[in-house]
Design a protein around this ligand. Sequence first.
Ligand code: AMP
Length: 628
Amino acid sequence: MPKAVGIDLGTTNSVISIMEGGEPTVLVNGEGARTTPSVVAFKDDQRLVGQVAKRQAVLNAQGTLFEVKRFMGRTWDEVKDEVERAPYEVVKADDGGVRFKIGDDLHSPEQVSAMVLRKLVADAKDQTGQDITQAVITVPAYFNNAQREATQNAGKIAGLDVLRIVNEPTAAALAYGLEKKGNETVLVFDLGGGTFDVSVLEVGDGVFEVKSTNGDTHLGGSDFDYAIVDWLASEFKSEYGVDLKADKQALQRMIEASEKAKIELSGLPETTISLPFIAMDPASNAPLYLEKKLSRSKFEELIRPLLNRITGPVQSALKDAGISKSEVDEIILVGGSTRVPAVKDIVKDLLGKEPNQSVNPDEVVALGAAVQAGVLVGEVDDIVLLDVTPLSLGVETKGGVFTTLIERNTTVPVRKTETFTTAEANQTGVEVHVLQGERSMAAQNKSLGRFKLEDLPPMPAGMPQIEITYDIDANGVLNVSAQEKSTGKEASITIQNTTTLSEDEVEKMVKDAEANAEADSQFKELAEARNALDSMRAQAVNVINETEDASDEDKQPLQDAIDEAQKAIDDPNVDKARFEELTQTLAAALQTFQQATAKTDGEAGSEADASDGGDEDDVIDAEFKPAE
Ligand code: AMP
């Protein structure tokens, strides 16, 4: 049976893990390591991925792509800083995105990430002897829809069926099995190689909710390494007058030695950095050695300015989640840099509690992703709902119908756009009523807010194309916008509390919907039949108005059918069958009228028909009430 894996596709390192004997397990790569640098290098027609690519990075700066995750799903305009920092060449793509230019070739961030994924999966196949086709991939909680889609596409390019994109902090909490506990507030502190993320989660009964996220996209372990490199270089310069940073090879060796020293200092009070033959003495032409003792306290002094940048985001995350530090039940450490003792001390001081560190911080996200993969392929029994919309979200359309845009249990963040139109001719505005719930009738669902899109130019009914977009971010904040396409007129509303319903409320709403399913569907069918008749009526009125020179003899039967339709629409006791019958009668009358008038005014008539039909194809047959 093909296996599903969990993949932490990290900024600096990636990890792949799988369920084995009911437990998530990290798989080692071809080099025998549990983490694989997310680095891809192009060198003499060769493509290198992982540790071998990382090792030659400084010597082949233009041909080595690293921290590609920073570019995923982002437009050229969004990544100005990243482009400036990158030692490799980044260019603007025709679609407004970015490409990495290596020689004459252009590579998208998705393609490069796919190369990393392919190596992880190929090594995992070798390791397990099993075919691997499905994966859960993690992303930072703050990733928007475009960044998530890009990650999903990277998986597809790598030949994977991406079962789900999961938030990294959620995966970390899953690895700890926190979903099995009662309601808990969890703070996930993630300090990796290049980025720092803090997230506050509400976890309980299998449901995860990201309450807030914060961080610093340019703070991580590499900065600690560079702090040591800077110190080594400046000490060396004052001793020998040689600038080691100007020599690429020397710089590469210092970076590697500094990272090694930093890692050693997580376990030891002191270490020695030793780099023989690092340079030539310009005076004597004799080889120079770099040999330096580095104590943990000196290292902490070097990185103090970096450590000071941790406090702000943690405090902001607590504030945004609306909690104090004493309300945090669990602290989870994620990312290799949380092994630095000074980092752990800061976390403890800031939150007044020992962090939980029983799971390896480099592996915890991938392990949680494997648990989720296991759930999705049925290997793990527990039902886990991750960061989902608890109820469907939609809009009230004509006849009091609730039209769903986002189904319940959709993973957030999510963005969905649909096109609507007007019910009446010359309607100058529409009211967008945003609701949440499972019932077919808007009135039975929970109203979240309303707004008006106004000042529309006079147009026939059904002509305006009004695009409604629902966009829920990772924090559950819903932004609804409406735009009329021909004028570009726009209006929107932001709703903060789409997920604050208690579990009981959600359950009650779902149960109510189930209990009333039959009645609701009858109501909906009735409303739809009434709306269909009303659309036909509006179209017929349009046609009559536009065909001024038609004779009364031709007009009368159609006018009668229109009047009869209007009477039925206004009568609350008319049933579905009657609406359908009247729609057919009206359609037939309209056709007869059009045929009769086409004889006298052939060309104009058929042109009008063609454009009417074209407009109708593009819009959903659901209409707003006029906004008065
Ligand atoms: P991650 O992005 O989570 O893989 O974290 C990678 C970063 O963690 C790199 O900067 C590593 O140098 C750093 N790191 C890994 N292990 C340790 C350790 N034991 N002590 C300090 N930093 C570490």
